[in-house]
Ligand binder design. Structure first.
Ligand code: GDP
Length: 178
């Protein structure tokens, strides 16, 4: 364990290509947004330190960085992960229709108590919306997930999406060690 933190949480991002995974990560970890699509293929990760209830938590957040295009996400991606943001794009219905398949993959590779937050990204593109907020909410409720809509572009709810996941994991972790 690093000396500069009390907990290290591995978190993963999942969802179809181009839903905004990389931009959500760079917005949260680096406060940056990129309009181009990413040039590299392969797993990448970034860190961000947060403090919850006086505990210093280092969040290590993994991005597929394009692997999902080839359905080539390996079980090592999920290994040891405590939480996942399962992301779709509110302007592309197909990405929402695939959420069930991603959830199955997360549940079959990940730990049974992995915290999953369903994220509808690109909420700034209201004119192009194909998935209503209520549909995301209903799906999340049925599956027992947290739900939030975000815009990595406009920074809306990005902090909330990650912090909901991290806080929930922190609560489960402290309950387990009591
Ligand atoms: P990934 O393949 O899931 O990692 O998706 P990227 O983060 O590379 O984003 C795919 C494309 O969507 C890029 O052109 C981004 O600029 C764009 N994008 C990502 N998030 C948002 C958002 O919140 N709003 C808008 N309007 N575009 C976004």
């Amino acid at each position: 364990m690093d000396e500069d933190c009390d907990y290290l949480f591995k978190l993963v991002l999942i969802g179809d290509s181009a839903v905004g995974k990389s931009n959500l990560l760079s917005r949260f970890a680096l406060n940056e947004f990129r309009l181009d699509s990413k040039p590299t293929i392969g797993v990448e990760f970034a860190y961000r330190n947060v403090v919850i209830a006086d505990k210093r938590i280092k969040a290590q957040i993994w991005d597929t960085a394009g692997q999902e295009r080839y359905r080539a996400i390996t079980s090592s991606y999920y290994r040891g992960a405590l939480g996942t943001l399962l992301i779709y794009d509110v302007t592309r219905r197909g990405t929402f229709e695939n959420v069930g398949r991603w959830l199955e993959e997360v549940r079959s590779h990940g730990d049974s108590d992995m915290v999953v937050v369903l994220v509808g990204n690109k909420s700034d593109l209201e004119h192009a919306r194909e998935v209503q907020m209520k549909e995301g909410q209903n799906f999340a409720e049925r599956e027992g997930l947290h739900f939030i809509e975000t815009s990595a572009l406009q920074k809306t709810n990005v902090e909330d999406a990650f912090m909901t996941m991290i806080t929930q994991i922190h609560n489960l972790t402290t309950r387990r060690t009591l």
